[in-house]
Design a protein around this ligand. Structure first.
Ligand code: ZN
Length: 304
């Protein structure tokens, strides 16, 4: 497990040097938080498999003014989570990300799915809190799963020169990503996501959208079935209560903060114009919501 930790990008987690420690605390706090939510999508459904809820600390935001924090996080804390989404599409069981690996296998069992029955995993990016569920004891958890990752993402995390140039705490994230690439090497599908206006189908019912910045190859997914759609934004937004109205504000987990802010503004703009429901990896339960325009700007209203 330690191998696949590394850079975390959840709301308000501690500085990178103390990641493992903060993860352990969150795990014990969240042992009972194994929440599942079923979202109907055409003739099928998308299932939230929660790896736990957590509390977001606005200190993770970089350059947010006191006024903004007071307005949008008046209590000083905001809800957060580690989310994984299961797409039941065309008879396949498809995971989007794998969380920390805290509860994924047991939550899948509650849905009647064994690790062998997971057909595909689509990754939004390769931070430790998204790939943690793919490996256990150095082995892959999903023996039959095809693994989809953007080319740019794999190129970054397997670049030994970049890895060597970073502090030790951050290098662990590279080792974790490389272990995943190695373990799934015969199942790996690398692809190039497109801009929202030009997106293409990656697999039947799922389109991929480039949203670089949080990580170099960060990818969002649009899932469609029977005329219903759900947009999965991954970590495009880590701290929704502030970053939806203020997409210009990065978090300290954005590898390229300028590019991440551009991607957030661009995608949010497009999402608002499309009126899509969205799901996010750090959006509190049920992990999904709709954008609404209020006097304060754009905000995310969670599904009930
Ligand atoms: Zn994350």
């Amino acid at each position: 497990m330690a191998l696949v930790m590394g850079l975390l990008c959840l709301q308000g987690c501690k500085q990178k040097a103390s990641q493992s420690e903060s993860v352990a605390t969150e795990q014990s706090e969240n042992e009972t938080e194994q929440l599942i939510y079923h979202y109907p999508l055409g003739s099928t459904e998308v299932v939230l498999l929660s790896d736990g809820q957590n509390t977001g600390d606005p200190s993770v935001l970089v350059g947010a003014s006191e006024e903004i924090i007071k307005e949008f996080v008046p209590t000083g804390k905001a809800g957060g989570a580690f989310n994984i989404f299961l797409l039941k599409l065309n008879g396949k069981n498809i995971l989007v990300d794998s969380g920390m690996g805290f509860h994924l296998v047991e939550n899948l069992a509650k849905e009647g799915i064994s690790p062998e029955q997971v057909d595909m995993v689509l990754l939004t990016h390769m931070h430790g809190d998204h790939i943690g569920g793919l490996m256990k004891d150095g082995q892959r958890v999903f023996p039959n799963a095809e693994l989809y990752i953007s080319k740019k993402e794999v190129a970054y995390w397997t670049d030994k020169k970049i890895q060597a140039s970073l502090p030790e705490g951050q290098q662990r994230g590279f080792a974790g990503a490389q272990a995943v690439v190695e373990a799934y090497k015969d199942k790996l599908h690398l692809f190039e996501p497109q801009q929202a206006e030009k997106m293409e189908e990656l697999i039947p019912g799922v389109k991929s959208i480039a949203s670089y910045g949080h990580t170099p190859g960060h990818t969002c997914y649009l899932v469609e079935n029977g005329g219903s759609k759900l947009f999965i934004w991954g970590d495009l937004i880590n701290f929704p209560t502030v970053q939806v109205p203020h997409p210009e504000i990065p978090t300290r987990h954005d590898i390229n903060p300028v590019k991440a802010a551009e991607s957030r503004a661009q995608v949010l703009n497009w999402l608002e114009s499309q009126g899509l429901t969205m799901a996010g990896m750090h959006v509190p339960y049920p992990g999904m919501g709709n954008l609404t325009r209020t006097q304060r700007g754009l905000e995310l209203e969670l599904l009930k």
